[in-house]
Design a protein around this ligand. Structure first.
Ligand code: OAD
Length: 248
């Protein structure tokens, strides 16, 4: 924990009465599991060029290279486990009347930790779909779909639309939430990066959890400068929230 201890007094009042909680996560929540993030000093986009690997044009030009990159990242995903931050978020589903996890991550670690109500804005690296007809690839199928199109990872590439309905649903949820977290995201990739701003505009108390500051930090009601694997379990500690005013 760098910087000084955050002042949690206002947060503790809010969390005890909040009924609708939404959380936006990014690559940073999986960092403590051993997943590399995209930006920052050891980020993937320092070593690899996004436009050569994560665009539809790159896939159409050189599918083998793109597959090599995703097979490499899939290998990392298969070798890691959810961390304490993922687990705290999974348990938090039972602490609020409504709880939605909105993630930019494609690693599936939230679901592996037990989260059920998850909106995946950028797809999931563990699935494939046809680049032409969008049908999911079934176990045992080759690299080509019956329609003649090539299978590809079911992730959103730069220049592509987000999965139908997902971002609309995410905006609806943060607009009606009273408590919103933005954790482990650099707040640089839109439209996801807009979500905490929308939450603020609609009156939510917004907490940012990130060891570094982001463009959103000045607007956060509470900015916790530290790793999500340490801080989410503290902020969402059921014994603390157990003294909620509505818990009877
Ligand atoms: P980034 O790599 O841009 O940002 C990761 C953030 O996590 C940074 O702000 C770090 O400071 C923070 N971080 C690092 N370690 C952390 C920890 N232990 N706990 C909490 N935070 C930590 O990742 P995203 O914001 O998720 O898109 O990137 C957004 C999108 O850009 C990704 O979904 C991906 C990428 O290109 C697609 O693939 C479409």
């Amino acid at each position: 924990m760098n910087d000084s201890e955050p002042d949690l007094s206002r947060y503790l009042d809010v969390v005890k009465s909040a009924t609708r909680c939404a959380v936006l996560t990014g690559a940073g929540v999986s960092a403590e599991s051993g997943m590399p993030t995209f930006r920052g000093k050891d980020g993937l986009w320092k070593e690899y060029r996004a436009e050569e690997l994560a665009t539809p044009e790159a896939f159409e030009r050189n599918p083998d290279l793109v597959w090599e990159w995703y097979d490499y990242r899939r290998g990392i995903v298969e070798g890691v486990q959810p961390n304490a931050g993922h687990e705290a978020l999974a348990q938090a589903e039972d602490l609020f009347e409504e709880f939605t996890l909105i993630t930019q991550n494609v690693d599936g670690l939230h679901q592996q930790a037990g989260s059920r109500n998850v909106i995946e804005l950028h797809g999931n690296i563990r699935r494939d779909r046809c680049h032409l007809c969008s049908r999911y690839r079934e176990e045992g199928e080759g690299r080509e779909c019956g329609c003649g199109g090539p299978f590809r990872p079911d992730v959103v590439w730069f220049g592509e639309a987000l999965p139908a309905g997902a971002i609309e649903e995410a905006f609806r949820i943060v607009s009606t939430a009273d408590l919103v977290f933005t954790a482990g995201t650099s707040s640089q990739v839109y439209p996801a990066a807009q979500l905490p701003y929308t939450a603020k505009e609609h009156g939510a108390f917004v907490v940012e959890v990130n060891p570094e500051s982001t463009p959103f930090t000045p607007l956060a009601d509470l900015s916790v400068r530290g790793p999500s694997g340490v801080w989410l379990p503290i902020l969402l500690d059921p014994s603390g929230i157990g003294s909620r005013s509505d818990s009877g």
